[in-house]
Write a protein of this length. Structure first.
Length: 148
């Protein structure tokens, strides 16, 4: 199965029904994407597939063949991802931090679609669960990243 991961072409010999999450973590060693619920509810596993936030725990590898996947490990290749990360730190969003890679990727996906989202648009797009309840800080960080 061929696809692009964090701007690098890869080919994996995996079953087509293998969830993308496990290919990322077990086959590629990209452990920033977290397992949360396994049913696409919590969003801890959110990555971007062709720029769209995608729950990797329920996305089969067959669905990403020939596509571009971006994870939290993308480094400085994505200016938007880097900016969101910086605002996450500046606004002290993380507490336990477990859900934050998925939250950040969902925020990047939103900002790629809407350059300056309203509170309502942020609330509608960021459906990830944060048990620490840092939603107000998440919203503030997204607004700040949008303005830069």
């Amino acid at each position: 199965m061929r696809f692009t991961i964090n701007q690098r072409a890869v080919e994996l010999d995996v079953e087509p029904e293998m969830p993308l999450l496990w290919a990322l973590r077990d086959e590629l060693g990209l452990t920033g994407t977290k397992y949360g619920c396994g049913v696409a509810y919590c969003g801890a596993c959110t990555v971007l597939v062709d720029g769209q936030p995608t729950r990797s725990c329920v996305t089969p590898m067959a669905a990403v063949a020939g596509k571009t996947v971006t994870t939290i490990e993308d480094g400085n290749h994505s200016a938007k991802l880097q900016r969101v990360r910086e605002e996450w730190v500046a606004h002290q969003v993380p507490q336990c931090g477990y859900c934050q890679p998925g939250q950040i990727m969902a925020a990047v996906g939103l900002l790629l679609e809407k350059a300056d989202p309203s509170d309502a648009e942020i609330d509608a797009a960021i459906t990830n669960v944060c048990r620490c309840g840092t939603y107000t800080r998440i919203r503030a960080a997204i607004h700040a990243a949008a303005k830069s």
